[in-house]
Design a protein around this ligand. Structure first.
Ligand SMILES: [Zn+2]
Ligand SMILES: [Zn+2]
Length: 926
């Protein structure tokens, strides 16, 4: 049913509770929206300035901290029939369309919201940490924006079969929470009628405001938006969100949200740095004014600050600096907290994906520290935050060391980036200057950050020294974040032209490869032949490509023919065999005999099982931040890509290899079973999705006894012992934050080790030493080699010296030119000949010398001149040219040195020619 907006809006907002409690409906004269309130007013609360700061609403409970408030919320809803559900990670591993969780409903998208999987409980209550980077540039300034926050939520999932609760109950719960749970007067509550849409869904909602602060949103998600049309959904979902930090701020009434939620850390920073805080009254006014700005520009921020400086009689510059310092401290603490949550959930900073967003925050915080010269680093702040947050996030203590190490490494990288960055900026500015451009453009700013990691503030600092103007848009980081948050994850398409329609009447293929992964042959019945090369059977033992494993190969034979199976693809529930051979003699219903290349299959199964074993070993050795970033298994080799913040050391590799082989020698059972999605997630957590998102309601779990469990569709050994020896043969950094581990299994490991042993044995024979002494033998040999080379150098030096004096004594004279022509037998190296020539000429003023080294085709030669004779105008190149008139001579060089080859063998003629050329050329310069 297609609905019109006006029709929708009329009914759902009329709540009985409003009538009971005396709420009336008003229209806001500012924004035009309708809202419900007990007190008569014509402004909606969203359009009002805050009035809870230093003036908190009356409550009946004394909330001691955020942990207390969270617990009060969760148990309040628990007492009212909701099941408490544990928080999900902030990294959305179960989805392939987003990197980070931005709202509690993300936990249930798309499986539950699409009705594929039942919710983990219904109704449920949760407090979900969320990360949103869209307003990153307002953080600190607005006094209320955060990059991470906790969304407390109660959700109800209604289907056509089961009604849980809807608008009436939802509003009633929210009313009861604020009025009874917290004891806030009902007159404080304002419910604004609004419309929400996102991620293809939409619905009416209420914004709940207290004293101008939005504390909750109650969404009635019941439409799907398709091509701009609004369609009703079968499932109707209550999607609420109560801002834990915001409600806590409301109850505290501090000038900013940051003072309320992280005040302790902020105080520590201020006293540690010995900075002056902005007067509280003034800060309140700054925050109130900034909070009302929709977009921040340099101009409107500075205008507000100027007005306030004047109002309070403060020096404008000092005031501006103090305020901006305070904003920066707020931002630092906020960013540090978000980074901590990201890294604790297993993100590794990098240049792509979720890792990019983590690095963006780290760099921005580090830049703040540099610009303000705070003598502080994000490392220090994270260290302060961990104890403060570990009550709510106990896992922080466990990952503390690796998180701090990651931050340290990032800081080092950033410092190096800035160094090289300054050079890049200077180069860019040179280009600008030659083109006469006086202003840095935004594309270049983004490029410098994205490709080289140079933050725009550093560009500004550097460029303005050189007279180029740089304007950094206030939403620069928000733009970057949204550029990368929206990165689509592209799935591999099927390259064959088979559409699901072509398979529409075909029954699902029975997957015998799952039932009996070790059997080699079966008979099956032909269901369809498509385009003379695609074959569909009623059952198959051919594993289709998937789960990072290639498809099986093999042969299919029948009464009148046979074909090779070169690829296998799974399309919906139907398995399609891609065949090479003549299928024309096959008819539907005919029986065929399938034979899979079982050795190849077993190799792949070993590699696949080893992948699971090595991944878990890497996590055990390196830490929980390690996630699979990719994997490939083939018959001959396998590789596993893992996220890790630095290069694997030799020791790391050894430890991983050893641990993996221990698990293999243990011969642990590899159990394969199916589990309903919610149950599997509860039992194993989200490391289930190491191999990627699995789009199924029921997950196929590969459970290696007491070691590792992953959702995976691949074929595996039945116990780890079958894998045989695992040998890591190579590791490589394939991108920032990702290490590739290449490894071998089974007999291939053995063959690899044998070939190494073979080479060692050869070395032992050549060295004439026992195998155990090969290394010592090599070292001795190298030492001997070094000694001999030293000796050789010394002797060559002697030879050159004695040759030089011989040459000097036989030099002839023509006018005041000294010249010599010498055939060398003691030296064969041209470089040494050059050295010799100049040594021999050292005592000569107007000297020229030709040295000849006999070779098979004739003579290699050099002709060298002293600098004095060059200064007088003699050029080695003209001598060469002169010679070319009388001999076959090839070469080239500079004015004082030419070299090349003389393709003549009559030495006397050669010497005569050279002598004449020397004299001719010398005469020419007289
Ligand atoms: Zn309004
Ligand atoms: Zn697997």
């Amino acid at each position: 049913m297609i609905l019109s907006l006006s029709k929708i809006k009329s009914t759902i907002y009329w709540i009985d509770l409003f009538k009971e409690r005396g709420f009336n409906r008003f229209k806001c004269r500012r924004c035009g929206r309708y809202f419900w309130s007990i007190e008569e007013t014509d402004i909606c609360g969203d359009c009002k300035e805050y009035n809870f700061i230093k003036n908190t609403p009356r409550t009946k409970v004394d909330i001691t901290d955020m942990d207390h408030l969270r617990e009060l919320y969760l148990s309040f809803f628990e007492e009212r029939g909701h099941t408490r559900v544990n928080r999900y990670p902030v990294v959305a591993r179960w989805r392939d369309d987003v990197y980070l969780v931005g709202a509690s409903i993300y936990d249930f998208q798309p499986w539950v919201t699409e009705g594929i999987v039942p919710p983990p409980a219904n109704p449920l209550v949760i407090s979900q940490p969320c990360i949103r980077l869209t307003d990153i540039d307002k953080v600190g300034i607005s006094g209320r924006h955060l990059t991470s926050f906790e969304m407390m939520a109660h959700h109800a999932f209604n289907t056509s079969k089961e009604r849980v609760y809807w608008n009436e109950e939802t509003v009633r719960y929210s009313y009861e929470f604020f009025v009874e749970g917290l004891g806030i007067d009902e007159e404080e509550l304002i419910y604004i009628e609004d419309w929400w849409s996102g991620g293809g869904n939409a619905g009416e909602d209420f914004e709940v405001l207290i004293r101008g602060l939005e504390v909750a949103t109650l969404v009635f998600m019941q439409y799907r938006v398709v091509d701009g049309k609004i369609l009703e959904m079968d499932n109707k979902i209550v999607d609420t969100g109560y801002g834990l930090e915001r409600i806590y701020w409301l109850l505290r009434g501090t000038p900013t949200i940051y003072d309320a939620i992280l005040g302790g850390v902020i105080d520590t920073l201020y006293s540690r740095l010995g900075l002056r805080r902005v007067d509280e009254e003034i800060l309140i006014e700054v925050t109130r004014k900034m909070g009302l700005l929709d977009t921040l520009t340099k101009e409107n921020i500075e205008a507000i600050l100027a007005t306030l400086a004047q109002k309070y009689g403060l020096e404008r510059k000092d005031f501006e600096r103090d305020v901006k310092t305070q904003w920066t401290i707020y931002r630092l603490v906020d960013h540090a907290k978000t980074v901590l949550l990201m890294l604790a959930d297993g993100l590794v900073p990098s240049n792509t994906g979720g890792g990019y967003l983590a690095r963006l925050l780290i760099r921005r915080a580090m830049r703040d520290c540099i610009v303000l010269q705070l003598g502080l680093s994000i490392y220090d702040i994270i260290e302060l935050l961990i104890p403060k947050l570990s009550k709510a996030f106990p896992e922080l203590e466990e990952v503390k060391d690796s998180v701090l190490e990651m931050i340290e490494i990032e800081e080092d990288k950033f410092k190096r980036t800035i160094k090289t960055g300054r050079r890049l900026i200077q180069r860019r500015i040179k280009e600008y200057t030659t083109k006469g451009i006086r202003k840095f453009n935004l594309e270049d700013l983004i490029l410098l950050y994205d490709s080289h990691g140079v933050p725009p503030e550093i560009v500004k600092e550097e460029a303005e020294k050189l007279g180029i103007k740089v304007e950094v848009p206030p939403d620069f980081y928000g733009r970057l974040a949204s550029l990368h948050e929206g990165e689509a994850v592209v799935a591999k398409g099927i390259e064959y032209k088979i559409t699901p329609e072509m398979l529409s009447n075909i029954q699902p293929t029975r997957k015998v490869y799952y039932e009996k992964p070790h059997i080699e042959e079966i008979t099956a019945k032909v269901l369809k032949v498509i385009d003379g090369k695609y074959l569909v059977l009623d059952r198959t033992i051919f594993y289709p490509e998937g789960g990072g494993a290639p498809a099986d190969t093999g042969v299919i034979t029948w009464r009148r023919g046979s074909c090779k199976v070169v690829d296998v693809q799974s399309i919906g529930n139907v398995i399609v065999h891609v065949c090479e051979g003549d299928l024309s003699t096959l008819s539907t219903g005919e029986e065929v005999h399938c034979k899979v290349d079982i050795e190849r299959r077993k190799s792949i199964m070993r590699a696949h099982t080893a992948t699971h074993v090595i991944l878990a070993a890497s996590r055990a050795v390196l830490g929980k931040h390690v996630w699979q970033a990719g994997a490939q298994k083939s018959e001959d080799s396998a590789r596993l890509d893992i996220t890790h913040f630095k290069r694997l050391s030799g020791e790391d590799i050894e430890k991983i290899e050893e641990l993996a082989n221990r698990i293999i020698i243990d011969n642990r059972a590899v159990n394969v079973y199916e589990l309903e999605r919610n149950e599997a997630e509860t039992k194993y957590g989200f490391t289930l999705y190491q191999g990627g998102v699995v789009p199924e309601k029921v997950l196929r779990i590969i459970d290696i006894e007491n070691w590792d469990a992953e959702a995976c569709c691949g074929l595996h050994c039945s116990s780890t012992g079958e894998v045989g020896l695992v040998k890591i043969v190579r590791t490589e950094r394939i991108q920032d934050g990702v290490e590739r581990i290449e490894f071998l299994t089974g007999m291939k490991s053995l063959r690899y080790l044998q070939s190494i042993e073979e080479k060692l044995k050869e070395c032992s024979l050549i060295l004439n030493r026992p195998l155990g002494e090969v290394v010592i033998g090599l070292k001795d040999l190298l030492e001997e080699n070094r000694r001999l080379r030293r000796e050789l150098r010394r002797l060559t030096e002697q030879i050159i010296e004695s040759l030089a004096s011989r040459i000097r004594s036989t030099m002839e004279r023509y006018k005041d030119m000294e010249f010599g022509i010498e055939v060398l037998k003691e030296i064969t190296d041209l470089d040494q000949a050059i050295k010799l020539a100049f040594r021999a000429l050292a005592t000569s003023r107007n000297g020229v010398l030709a040295l000849l080294i006999p070779v098979k085709e004739g003579y290699r030669f050099i002709i060298a001149l002293t600098s004095q004779i060059v200064d007088r105008g003699l050029d080695a190149r003209s001598i060469l040219k002169n010679l070319q008139r009388t001999m076959r001579i090839f070469g080239g060089g500079k004015e004082d040195l030419v070299q090349g080859l003389i393709r003549e063998i009559e030495l006397e003629k050669i010497i005569g020619n050279i002598k004449r050329a020397f004299k001719d050329e010398y005469d020419r310069i007289q």
